[in-house]
Design a protein around this ligand. Structure first.
Ligand code: NAD
Ligand code: WQD
Length: 340
């Protein structure tokens, strides 16, 4: 299939490109580079062994720019990663998040249908469950109250896509609810490259380990969890990338609407992550306990069996590979892509 990959220069998009080509697909990337670096695409092409990945620096809110791409290419499906994702920033700048994520996606969907491309995989998030009503979380768990505008953009866009698919069954829509993506390509050539101070746990740990930050703050040790720190379902980004390849097969089978959790089904605490990181990588990660972070929940992990039975997808990598590959990337690229 020929796939339009929005946000393809980003963390998950860049890893997905590799798995797409490995499965025999081709891709065209659009990205406005607001949170990514074109060096990532250069390295993806190197790993795949092609000259370059077709790339357009286009914003998904730019209708004319999108039209031009669709006039030049015929797409079988779109994998839609493009979006802003910083939870804290979304609280400060809600309009910017609704404009970029919702406005952008509405424009993209309109251009897609105009050009007869009605197959989409959407990057959703565990955040749509809010404080989950059940653990492990199945797809039947009711969606919850999001604690920030970012989360609402995901929840609302799921609704938009479901309503469009219902009104026009020619659409095939797969909503992938990612849990906590970490890790990097085993080559260490591509990985997560956050701007400024990392919001997420794993890039914070790797930046402490590499000496860029003094110590990790552990946000709360008084949660109702085995060691008091927050428990999450970390998933290796290569496994997550592979889930998109499996979801494409569902689109080909004309699946209508499909909603899937993408996680391992195992929960690890913040201190578990720190300890495994130190043991596997033999590097120190100083940390201290800090107050809870606003909006955090105690425990979040999923039951991923629906993705296994309906998509034939299951995570292959465990926590040790996740910490090993995150560190391999950071160690080889202490300044991320900024070095090149
Ligand atoms: P990322 O920021 O690395 O990648 C997103 C890409 O989209 C970036 O390259 C950015 O430049 C681009 N982009 C943003 N707005 C755009 C616009 N208006 N037009 C064109 N390009 C635009 O993030 P990621 O971690 O790779 O996440 C990919 C998707 O998965 C996002 O939609 C995110 O919300 C979702 N998601 C991420 C996580 C996570 O923890 N990383 C978890 C759940 C869901
Ligand atoms: C994990 C655990 C923190 C940083 C967020 C978004 C979610 C999704 C994934 C996109 C928590 C603790 C963290 C630190 C810490 N993104 N922590 N010190 O909060 O589960 O999910 O990213 O959709 O929407 O909310 O991930 O990596 O920020 O935190 O102690 O410096 O690590 O409190 O328990 P989270 P995270």
């Amino acid at each position: 299939m020929n796939i339009l990959v929005t946000g393809g220069a980003g963390f998950i998009g860049s890893h997905t490109l590799i798995e797409l080509y490995a499965a025999g697909h081709t891709a065209v990337v659009i990205d406005n580079l607001s949170n990514s670096n074109p060096v990532a695409l250069k390295r993806v092409a190197e790993i795949i062994g092609i000259k370059n990945i077709p790339f357009y620096k286009v914003d998904i809110r730019d209708r004319e720019g999108l039209e031009k791409v669709f006039e030049e290419h015929q797409f079988d499906a779109c994998i839609h990663f493009a979006g802003l994702k910083a939870v804290g920033e979304s609280v400060e700048k809600p309009w910017e998040y609704y404009d970029n994520n919702i406005g952008g996606t509405l424009t993209l969907l309109d251009v897609m249908r105009k050009h007869g491309c009605k197959n989409i995989i959407f990057s959703s998030s565990a955040t749509v469950y809010g404080d989950p009503a059940e653990i492990p979380i199945t797809e039947n768990c009711p969606k919850g109250q999001c604690t920030n505008p970012y989360g609402w953009t995901k929840s609302m866009l799921e609704q938009v896509l479901m309503d469009m698919q219902k009104a026009d069954p020619e659409w095939n829509v797969v909503l992938l609810r990612y849990f906590n993506p970490v890790g990097a390509h085993p080559s260490g050539r591509i990985g997560e490259n956050p701007n400024g101070i990392p919001n997420n746990l794993m890039p914070y740990i790797t930046q402490v380990a590499v000496g860029k930050r003094k110590e990790l703050g552990v946000f709360g040790n008084d949660y109702d969890t085995p060691d008091g720190t927050g428990v999450r379902d970390y998933i290796h980004v290569v496994d997550l990338a592979d889930a998109h390849v499996c979801a494409l097969k569902a689109l080909e089978r004309k699946c209508g609407l499909g909603i899937f959790n993408v996680g391992t089904g195992h929960g690890y605490s913040v201190l578990d992550m720190v300890k495994v990181f130190i043991r596997v990588n033999r590097v120190d990660v100083p940390y201290s306990i800090k107050p809870r972070r606003a909006g955090d929940i105690a425990t979040c992990y999923c039951n991923p069996s629906k993705a296994e039975s309906e998509l034939g997808w299951k995570a292959k990598y465990g926590i040790e590979e996740m910490v090993r590959d995150s560190w391999n990337w950071q160690r080889q690229n202490p300044e991320g892509y900024n070095e090149e």
